[in-house]
Design a protein around this ligand. Structure first.
Ligand SMILES: *[C@@H]1O[C@H](CO)[C@@H](O)[C@H](O)[C@H]1NC(C)=O
Ligand SMILES: *[C@@H]1O[C@H](CO)[C@@H](O)[C@H](O)[C@H]1NC(C)=O
Ligand SMILES: *[C@@H]1O[C@H](CO)[C@@H](O)[C@H](O)[C@H]1NC(C)=O
Ligand SMILES: *[C@@H]1O[C@H](CO)[C@@H](O)[C@H](O)[C@H]1NC(C)=O
Ligand SMILES: *[C@@H]1O[C@H](CO)[C@@H](O)[C@H](O)[C@H]1NC(C)=O
Ligand SMILES: *[C@@H]1O[C@H](CO)[C@@H](O)[C@H](O)[C@H]1NC(C)=O
Ligand SMILES: *[C@@H]1O[C@H](CO)[C@@H](O)[C@H](O)[C@H]1NC(C)=O
Ligand SMILES: *[C@@H]1O[C@H](CO)[C@@H](O)[C@H](O)[C@H]1NC(C)=O
Ligand SMILES: *[C@@H]1O[C@H](CO)[C@@H](O)[C@H](O)[C@H]1NC(C)=O
Ligand SMILES: *[C@@H]1O[C@H](CO)[C@@H](O)[C@H](O)[C@H]1NC(C)=O
Ligand SMILES: *[C@@H]1O[C@H](CO)[C@@H](O)[C@H](O)[C@H]1NC(C)=O
Ligand SMILES: *[C@@H]1O[C@H](CO)[C@@H](O)[C@H](O)[C@H]1NC(C)=O
Length: 849
């Protein structure tokens, strides 16, 4: 019989939720008591050691069933003769206690068997960790009110399912947008590791089996005896959840004079003293962390030292660590993100070729416990990239894919971007090696080229925020990362809806609305940032957050667009360009070589064309830029409105926090839209056929208002301000006033004010009509939405400038305005922030510009 409780799963409680429990809330199911008789009342967890994952599984079951269904179960640790129980343990321990299963499941490491068909529920792992994974799978069903009878085995797609955390020893986190490190502060490992243990629990529930705890831009002082002891403590709190610890290494540590370790004069990977040094340090680490997962190494990349200093190959560098780890069973994740600075005047130079040039010749030279960790695309976590061709070019080496859960180039958790659909474009991509099916997911699982090692590395960067990652909705990305690393064939939307039901509730309108917003979020972000394969077009020299397309070009970093007055795009063809397309196997190379068979969404990645080039869609490149940027921003406007339909259906705390972000995103998407449209309009001189770009009938430019104590300011980059100009107070200590007589017809309007919220000051603004205040706010990105909740702060990398990162919109809705009224804004500067204003939009209801 199939029982399914979805209808009784409604938002029973509006209790405030901080987000700390994420998807493991075990929220009570309404009417859960009526299922008591169908749930077992005994739990048998076949391990007595409280530090074991099986013991933890018993506790999770007890706590989950109590919390979700209100049923109290007792836990035993050996066969208790009860007729109705949940038995959790390894397959081996089960067999010892209960005898063989009639049909033993075919399990690999970390796999599990879940059988809920009989009176006795079996949750059996190949290993302890697998038993815990099966437990979380069962609890996920229970929490979703899914009491379907199941009997199935589940095995992971790949053995390596790690997170990378870019935590620095001083407690900061590179590209972290959610506060400081949970485990490092002041150069050492903190004493209170409660949050670290809670993180391990979350990761275990989605099948993650190791965490690399420190930044790939590593610091030698991680290797002091004190810190090695600290790593042992981290490992101890994660071990009960089956999560192992890994670390990033600084290649030249032997010469860094690490306190308590020898200081050598060389870090040459072939030097005997260096080999002995690493062997010794590795031994010290395994004394404290007997099950350490391994090392992550970023070498000869973006200024990091590496073997090339000594004219040794990257393989010799990787194997240095592989040999030190081999006796202990550890592995080396060696990053493929290696490139040199380039000169854009060279038409044939291409950063996208670097990984092939460095790694392809070394295929076959890496030790068997080395995995090459490859970013999904050839550049760097952009909004759209083709699959890295390196996946097709090192068949003799183990490979892992590096995905970025933290949204470094994708809105930094202040824009909602559900990433699973992006990742799926790569994982499901068929590279056609030897003209045979060669999906990226089958390469990294090891299946395509017959490797036993391979898998997934997800850059997460959780911090001390209760939301873990900086925003409630962005946690869908961490959930999806774990689920896809376990089974990359899962559907993005299916995974999303599991997450919604667990994290919020199963109310149909909650599930539908959050699904729609999330599924539309990546396409919208791509459309209002960089479409047609142009990369994200964010500021790559500063924050990686807001728009700044010109930073891509005329730098040594090789993220070029080659945009000039008539043409745009990177010619990566073999026939006339950088040859990058030829790095793919023949069928794929042929597709990208030919402009006619290159998909529009990667056109400018592979081809250099006129702005007037016609796409497959029939539109010109430039008009498509305009159209998509307008379409993407228009979609982003709908998110807040859709979210508002959820008021009362989820707790207020998370409701208001997310609403604040959706409203911010709606405003910043317009900044993006206008900046990119203006930039390409300016450089190409080609007008928007729909007359939108540069034509804003509802806007009053601040520089055109009557100014007192304010002066015009030329914004850099120019496209970050409407009409390229803002106003700033004449001094940073005295108040400025900008006013103008309303000339539009009397009526009800939404009044939007675009201003700049710089880091380093909290200016105050008052907007009035005929001296009656219609709104006031302080520019420190706290919520303006009427709520009693505490201050909310956006976690993106801040900007100290008046630019596309600090550009922000605030809107006052339904304001009654009469023709002839005096609109006045009084700005009070603070710190370095001169109360900067861009424009005011008087928007007839329903119009946004
Ligand atoms: C219930 O859970 C099982 C096992 O995960 C799954 O196959 C099934 O699709 C779920 N049912 C629903 C309605 O989600
Ligand atoms: C340890 O950290 C947790 C979580 O932040 C906190 O609740 C607890 O009070 C801390 N314990 C001590 C002893 O400070
Ligand atoms: C370690 O040795 C290097 C030279 O190899 C020297 O530059 C450095 O200062 C030394 N560090 C310490 C802490 O002794
Ligand atoms: C590392 O070297 C030191 C000094 O030679 C030695 O005392 C220690 O036992 C070595 N540790 C390991 C784990 O090899
Ligand atoms: C670097 O190594 C290569 C190959 O082993 C050799 O041909 C070359 O001369 C070396 N260069 C230097 C500067 O040692
Ligand atoms: C790039 O190459 C051009 C032409 O050779 C040269 O003038 C320019 O100085 C180079 N730029 C850099 C940063 O090396
Ligand atoms: C071929 O490459 C040259 C640079 O060498 C470039 O100027 C030209 O536009 C390219 N031709 C085409 C058709 O892309
Ligand atoms: C761009 O247009 C010009 C003039 O129409 C044409 O001569 C040129 O070949 C075109 N370039 C490309 C790269 O298509
Ligand atoms: C745009 O700015 C220029 C100079 O900064 C100014 O002269 C012009 O009036 C502004 N246009 C509008 C529509 O405000
Ligand atoms: C606003 O107040 C100022 C100062 O009291 C006054 O001079 C001005 O006339 C008022 N403006 C309007 C439109 O009422
Ligand atoms: C949450 O994260 C933001 C952004 O990094 C930070 O400013 C804030 O202090 C954090 N709050 C807590 C409670 O950690
Ligand atoms: C005013 O701005 C200047 C320049 O940005 C800065 O040096 C100064 O500290 C600011 N004054 C105050 C009171 O913050």
């Amino acid at each position: 019989m199939i029982r399914f409780l979805a209808l009784s799963l409604c938002a029973s409680s509006a209790a405030a939720e901080s987000g700390l429990a994420a998807w493991l809330r075990y929220a009570p199911l309404q009417g859960g008591e009526s299922y008591h008789s169908s749930l077992p009342s005994h739990i048998v967890a076949l391990n007595t050691s409280s530090a074991s994952p099986v013991y933890v599984a018993g506790q999770e079951l007890q706590q989950g069933i109590q919390s979700i269904y209100g049923k109290q179960c007792n836990v035993h640790h050996s066969y208790d003769g009860a007729s109705s129980s949940i038995i959790v343990g390894t397959l081996d321990e089960y067999t010892k206690a209960y005898g063989s299963l009639s049909n033993p499941p075919n399990l690999i490491e970390d796999g599990y068997w879940l059988n809920t068909e009989g009176n006795t529920i079996q949750i059996l792992g190949k290993n302890e960790r697998g038993a815990l994974y099966g437990t979380f799978a069962y609890l996920s069903m229970l929490a979703q009110g899914n009491l379907t009878k199941v009997a199935y085995s589940s095995n992971p797609n790949a053995p390596v399912r790690w997170t990378n955390e870019w935590d620095n020893l001083d407690g900061s986190i590179e590209r972290g947008f959610a506060g400081n490190s949970n485990w490092f502060a002041n150069g050492v490992i903190v004493s209170n590791l409660t949050r670290t243990a809670e993180y391990a629990r979350l990761l275990a529930s989605i099948g993650i089996n190791a965490v690399v705890v420190n930044n790939v831009n590593a610091n030698a002082s991680l290797l002091t005896p004190q810190n090695i002891e600290g790593l042992g403590r981290i490992a101890d709190v994660m071990r009960p959840y089956g999560v192992q610890v890994g670390i990033s290494l600084y290649f030249s540590s032997p010469t860094s004079g690490v306190k308590g370790q020898a200081n050598l004069t060389t870090f040459d990977p072939l030097d005997e003293s260096v080999v002995a040094w690493w062997t010794n340090v590795t031994g010290q680490i395994y004394q404290q962390v007997p099950d350490m997962a391994g090392y992550l190494v970023k070498a000869n990349s973006e200024g990091q030292p590496g073997p090339l200093t000594y004219n040794r190959t990257l393989a010799q560098g990787a194997n240095l660590f592989a040999k030190a780890l081999q006796p202990h069973g550890g592995i080396v994740m060696f990053r493929a993100f290696v490139y040199n600075n380039l000169n854009e005047t060279d038409w044939y130079a291409d950063r996208a070729n670097a990984q092939i040039q460095f790694f392809k010749p070394l295929d076959g030279e890496f030790d068997s416990n080395v995995i090459i960790q490859i970013k999904y695309g050839p550049i760097d976590f952009q909004v759209r990239e083709p699959a890295s061709p390196l996946f097709a070019n090192i068949p003799k080496s183990n490979a892992a894919i590096e995905l970025q859960v933290t949204q470094e180039y994708l809105g930094q958790q202040c824009h909602l971007v559900y990433l699973a659909p992006l990742w799926k474009t790569i994982l499901d991509f068929d590279l056609r090696v030897d003209n045979e099916s060669s999906l990226v997911r089958d390469v990294v699982s090891g299946q395509r080229f017959n490797h036993s090692l391979g898998g997934y590395a997800g850059v997460v960067n959780v911090g001390t925020n209760d939301t873990w990652i900086g925003s409630h909705m962005a946690m869908s990305n961490l959930y999806a990362y774990g689920r896809l690393a376990w089974d990359p064939t899962l559907d993005s939307q299916y995974v999303l809806q599991e997450w919604i039901r667990l994290t919020f509730n199963a109310d149909q309108s909650v599930v539908n609305t959050m699904t729609q917003i999330s599924m539309e979020s990546w396409p919208a972000y791509e459309n209002y940032s960089g479409n047609l394969g142009e990369q994200t077009l964010t500021d790559i020299l500063y924050t990686h957050f807001g728009p700044n397309p010109q930073t891509q070009d005329n730098t040594v970093w090789g993220q070029w667009t080659r945009a000039d007055h008539t043409t745009i795009g990177m010619d990566r063809t073999v026939s006339n360009g950088t040859g990058f397309a030829g790095n793919y196997p023949p069928e794929i190379a042929a597709m990208y070589e030919n402009i006619a068979t290159t998909p529009d969404n990667l056109l400018l990645w592979f081809h250099h064309v006129n702005y007037t080039h016609l796409l497959h869609s029939g539109e010109t490149v430039i008009q498509d830029f305009y159209d998509q940027h307008y379409a993407g921003a228009a979609t982003a406007q709908t998110f807040a409105t859709m979210w508002e339909s959820l008021k009362g259906k989820i707790d207020d705390e998370r409701y208001y926090d997310q609403l604040f972000r959706q409203v911010y995103q709606a405003g910043h998407s317009l900044v993006w839209r206008d900046a990119i449209s203006n930039f390409y309009n300016n450089i190409s001189g080609i007008p928007d056929a729909a007359h939108r770009v540069g034509n804003h009938p509802y806007r009053i430019e601040a520089e055109s208002m009557q100014l007192d104590g304010y002066k015009p300011y030329t914004v850099i980059p120019f496209e970050a301000a409407s009409n390229y100009t803002a106003i700033v107070t004449s001094s940073n200590t005295t108040t400025g006033t900008a006013q103008t007589m309303i000339t539009c017809p009397s009526g009800t309007y939404d009044v939007a004010v675009n201003y700049f919220d710089q880091f380093g000051g909290h200016s105050h603004f008052v907007v009035s009509l005929n001296n009656v205040t219609i709104g006031e706010w302080t520019a420190n990105l706290k919520p303006w939405i009427g709520s009693s909740e505490g201050p909310r702060v956006l976690g993106h990398t801040p900007s100290i400038y008046i630019d596309g990162h600090s550009a922000t919109r605030i809107t006052f809705s339904n304001v009654t305005v009469a023709k002839g009224d005096m609109l006045k804004i009084v700005g009070t500067p603070n710190g370095i922030e001169p109360a900067p204003l861009d424009y005011v939009s008087l928007l007839p209801l329903g119009i946004v510009d």
